[in-house]
Design a protein around this ligand. Structure first.
Ligand SMILES: *Cc1c(COP(=O)(O)O)cnc(C)c1O
Length: 449
């Protein structure tokens, strides 16, 4: 039976895969926010360790995973690849639906795959404290755990509205020893500037990033850590796709369609990039990145240089963006509420190697309930976006009679998101369609040069 395809620890990848080695066109460099010249290692070294800066810029195809990181990965890796027989049956589709499940990590998502190496390289370079931001709390909890493993202090700026709505994520971070603040705070210039405009600001990822970067830039013993978007983050997540490749080979199967959700793009890059070279070599595989209609970065944003944060402190990166002033409506998939996108994902979209789709949250939760009642897993709201599109594709197969292999990434569980399931079940979940004027207005914040 192929219900659950396992790997042994000895079959785990020993290297991260770097898609930069195989791109048909190189990614455009990040630019210094002040001079607009390409940002070099020295521009990044106030907030990142050299080990990670080197990976960010590397063109090497494979980079060895340090033994200490591999040892920690083994706590939850390798993760299982499932065949969703019961979901297929409920849908009455001839398609075969596979999903890779990352919800079995201690923090409940794929995020520890990069949190652990990030904490490791900071520790190697003598860093004592790490600041970071978190939206729904998944990244903050992964980083809190990784820092506790490496004996590093962790300070998390948590988007204010999530701080109030998701108290147990805060408890989780504190259990792993982190300090958690509700952002915007009055302890940074960026936070105070926002509070001066709006004392009741609900916060956003862009604001929380500004606060965390500002603190790290101002202290020698402190670095900053980002849970998505950057090249090295997507590379660390390649353990997911490399494992899937081995698992699909064991099943003598290959995905026709690969679906994942995109917030900043790290989980999607993690599962998709190890298959990208095949597509460049002519293999017939579709990649679909799914985002919320309430934060339609790829489908309605612009591919251009923009800031990664609201306070204009980060380098400018070439990416799909809704404008760094954009504050998304309060949908429940907090991890998908980011104005930008990983430059590597944006480039592959621009090259027409990756497609994008946007979905509304009621359709997303309808799919999540279907998964819960067939396969049992309680999906996080974010990957339920991928699930919704996987189900759509499976239903198309029902019409055409094609037995396609559909693979999606279930990158986290939703055990801390039950209030959003309550909202769906009680019929009080709102779908948000953004007016064109709102998108135009925020795109006007994108720097012109
Ligand atoms: C953080 C997170 C996301 C969004 O981030 P990506 O970098 O796009 O993966 C999606 N799902 C879960 C479960 C997350 O924790």
């Amino acid at each position: 039976m192929d219900t659950k395809t396992l790997l042994t620890e000895s079959e785990m990848p020993t290297h991260w895969y770097n898609v930069q080695a195989d791109l048909p066109r190189p990614a455009e460099p990040p630019l210094h926010p002040g001079t607009h010249q390409p940002a070099g290692p020295d521009d990044l070294s106030p907030i990142f360790p050299m080990g990670l800066i080197a990976q960010e810029m590397s063109q090497e195809r494979y980079i060895e995973i340090p033994d200490e990181v591999q040892d920690i990965y083994r706590i939850w890796r390798p993760t299982s690849l499932y065949r969703a027989h019961r979901l297929e049956k409920a849908l009455g589709t001839p398609a075969k639906i596979y999903f890779k499940y990352e919800g079995t990590s201690p923090a409940g998502s794929h995020k520890p795959n990069t949190a652990v190496p990030q904490a490791y390289y900071n520790k190697q370079e003598g860093i004592k404290r790490i600041t970071t931001e978190t939206g729904a709390g998944q990244w903050g909890s992964a980083m809190a755990m990784a820092c506790s493993f490496m004996d590093i202090e962790c300070k998390v700026y948590m988007v204010g509205i999530s701080y109030d709505q998701k108290p147990y994520r805060k408890s989780l971070m504190e259990t792993w020893g982190a300090e958690v603040l509700s952002s915007p705070t009055n302890t940074t210039n960026s936070g105070r500037a926002i509070l001066a405009q709006d004392p009741n600001s609900p916060g956003s990822l862009g604001i929380a990033i500004s606060e965390a970067v500002e603190e790290a830039a101002g202290r020698d013993d402190t670095n900053y850590s980002l849970g998505s978007v950057l090249n090295h983050v997507l590379m660390h997540q390649s353990v997911i796709g490399q494992e899937v490749r081995t698992q699909m080979e064991k099943l003598d199967a290959y995905p026709d369609i690969l679906v994942g959700c995109v917030g900043g793009g790290s989980s999607f890059g993690g599962i998709a990039f190890p298959f990208i070279k095949d597509k460049l070599d002519g293999k017939d595989i579709r990649f679909i990145a799914v985002e919320p209609e309430a934060c339609p970065t790829i489908t309605r944003g612009k591919y251009t240089y923009d800031f990664g944060d609201t306070g204009e402190m980060t380098p400018l990166v070439k990416m799909h963006t809704l404008g760094h002033t954009f504050v998304p409506p309060p949908i429940h998939a907090g991890g998908l509420r980011y104005h930008g996108m990983a430059p590597l994902i944006s480039l592959l979209v621009d090259l027409e190697l990756i497609e994008a789709k946007a979905v509304h949250q009621n359709a997303v939760f309808r799919s999540a309930i279907t998964l819960a009642r067939t396969e049992g897993m309680i999906s996080a709201p974010e990957p339920a976006h991928a699930l919704a599109v996987a189900i759509d594709e499976a239903l198309k197969c029902k019409e055409t009679g094609e037995a396609k292999n559909i693979l999606f990434l279930l990158c986290g569980h939703g055990n801390f998101d039950m209030s959003s399931y309550d909202a769906y079940l009680s019929g009080s979940l709102e779908d948000y369609s953004l007016p064109d004027e709102l998108i135009e207005r925020n795109l006007a914040s994108v720097p012109q040069f």
